[in-house]
Design a protein around this ligand. Structure first.
Ligand code: 4H7
Length: 230
């Protein structure tokens, strides 16, 4: 899979995508992540990307021109040796479709995912109309830009790609897929500041342990996220 990100702050992604599981997935060639600077697609000497809103009001709006040129260029790039790669352009916006584990799963089937990060007051509506196949929101809160949503989506998708997680992990995947929150985890020491590890986990009885974990997961979900059980 190939993921292209278009942003005014491409440096923001370096540390995040070089670390840990995502970093390893890139090194092993399971994903190609390329970050593009929107400013490289400007046409004036000041490299302008935004302008004042028609109709007045505060803040600036991202001009459609540079966005159009950037997305068009990125869509023309090869994806491996594929003849007709499936490409999807996604705008990160607070008005987008709520991002779910199910969305992440669906996106793993795309050959080239293009994530476009907005800033200031957002995108000119025509950029959205002409370029966005999908708009995604990572939750009901406001951020200064789409970079953190793009990182979140990339992380959620890449960890689902074949071979990215070790086997011990991937079975674990169940949690959100089954619409349950995770059961509580414990490691050493057995007693920490007077708090004991539940006896069943020390029993060596794997059937009982599985039953207890399922029960705890259900209980937690009922208490914290009852809407997930419906
Ligand atoms: C596109 C349009 C996503 C991108 C507007 C992006 C939250 C999310 C942005 C805006 C985002 C999310 C610009 C609207 C800054 C608000 C103060 C970038 N925020 N913004 N304004 N929930 N912000 O996924």
């Amino acid at each position: 899979m190939r993921i292209d990100i278009i942003s005014l702050f491409p440096e923001m992604f370096n540390a995040v995508f070089e670390q840990s599981i995502i970093g390893r997935a890139r090194l092993s060639g399971r994903v190609d992540i390329i970050v593009h600077n929107l400013r490289d697609y400007t046409y004036d000497k000041h490299r302008t990307v935004d302008d004042t809103p028609y109709g007045g009001g505060s803040g600036m709006v991202l001009m459609p021109g540079p966005l159009y040129d950037a997305v068009t260029k990125v869509k023309s790039l090869p994806v491996g040796y594929m003849k007709e790669p499936q490409r999807l352009t996604v705008f990160m916006t607070p008005q987008g479709e709520p991002f779910k584990q199910q969305t992440a799963k669906k996106l793993t089937t795309i050959d080239q995912l293009i994530l476009v990060c907005g800033h200031y007051e957002g995108f000119d509506e025509r950029a959205r109309m002409l370029l966005a196949d999908l708009e995604i929101s990572i939750g009901d809160f406001v951020l200064t830009g789409g970079e953190i949503p793009a990182m979140a989506i990339t992380d959620a998708v890449v960890r689902l790609l074949p071979g990215v997680l070790g086997d011990e992990y991937s079975a674990h995947e169940e949690s959100f897929t089954e619409n349950l929150l995770e059961y509580p985890h414990y490691t050493r020491p057995r007693n920490f500041k007077g708090l004991e590890v539940p006896e069943v986990l020390l029993s060596g009885n794997h059937g009982e342990i599985a039953k207890w974990r399922k029960e705890m997961a259900k209980e937690r979900t009922k208490k914290r996220r009852p809407e997930l059980l419906k």
